[in-house]
Design a protein around this ligand. Sequence first.
Ligand code: C2O
Ligand code: CU
Length: 505
Amino acid sequence: VGVPFVSGIAGSTSTGEQLVSRVPLPRPYTLPFTVPPVLAPARSDAAGDHYEIVQRAAKVELLPGVPTEIWGYNGIFPGPTIVSRSGRPAVVRHRNELPVPVVVHLHGGRTPSSDDGYPTDLLMPVGAPAGQGDHMSGSHAGRMSDPAASISTGERDYRYPLRQRSATLWYHDHRMDFTGPSVWRGLAGFHLVGNAEEDALPLPRDDRDLPLMIADRAFGDDGSLLYPSLDPTLARPGVQAAYGSGVLGDVILVNGVPWPLAEVSATRHRLRLLNASNARRYRLALDPPPPGGGGLVQIGTDGGLLERPVRHDAIDLAPAQRYDVVVDFGAYRVGQEVTLINQFGTGSTEDVMRFRVARSGRDDTRIPDRLSRIPGLRPADALVTRTMRFQHDDVHGMAGWTINGQPFAPGLVHARARLDSVEIWRLTSDFHHPVHLHLAPFQVLSRGNSGPGPYDLGWKDTLDLRPAEQATIIVRFDGYTGRYVFHCHNLEHEDMAMMGNLVVF
Ligand code: C2O
Ligand code: CU
């Protein structure tokens, strides 16, 4: 299987940001920005649009002139973008030509449990002998064995009804205990959902609507992706590696290109920001800011459009979160350069990507004051209030991460929610934990003693929970019954058991 169970633990040795790739890196803002290709359906019929994806290893040039082996959806990183419409089903046939089992999850999708990518519903490699599903032997057999798992071999279909709002979704690997290394190697792509409500708005579209998958990586001297990114022997003795921040890299990739340069016209552009990093948080800002500031005009979030636009000077982006922003390059001179910087970074991780305002352009877009309607969920309707503590803990004798002291195991249920019921969840934390719920989007009621923070508006599926913080969310578990997970989206925390079962009945 290539990656030992403990890799996540070794990888999370945190010695700050001293990690360095051991291969010559391009200078920031010299490589051209690209957008992942849109995947054409293999066919479309009354049942929906049918797509085919082969997961395979491939050698690609992430760094110019240096081949890097990735695991990619169709052999590319990011994977191809799927573009769907609200309410029109997408059926994605995945074929696994990788040397390891995979699980595909559509993040932000409102998907029946059988197709949601439950972490033990493995798709085994093509040609794997029957019974490989119980590769979960040895010391972890107890925690991993799952009689309810549905194992397929070679190929399977994932059916997405997409009865949901327009939104920027993404798909990625979700195998129990191995999500971090698999996503790091490249298993992530966009899945955009559009609808008529959004089409009717005068927002930038087509080549002025750019998905930006932001992900950090580290490279070995042969160009390989380093996972873990630090030599575990560097960890100070006595410091439990597992208490660290997860696996970080020193190279910031946008759509798979290190620190790219995009040429844009002096017009409004929509940027769909996705933090697909395993563990890194970003604070993104424009340098220089436009006159008057507020250059990042947020129009959407994880679960689609906000009610009204919100102007930000900077946006905090935790792993898995999405922010749709409009930037008006018309506020800059033709010829000027505008850099998207990461104010949480140090050294090479301060740089993200650059825009060069290359030409003037006609712009008949605008940002309406009213984007959508978001009915607020009411605390008075809540049937249950639960507390979920995200904390480090001892997991079977090893340092790990838990929810309410319980490490993830397929049979261990953290919450049973009645279908269509509203619940309030109080989330507390000892560290940064991006908390993600499958199936149902939520609204943030409070953070600490105040209301929702500036990045908490709209329908969220991932909350940026900060150290020693308590946040309260409200959620309606509608759509489907069955078993789902919720977890920390720091992928090394997730792989070290910071995940719980949510059963909707
Ligand atoms: Cu983005 Cu449970 O995952
Ligand atoms: Cu975490």
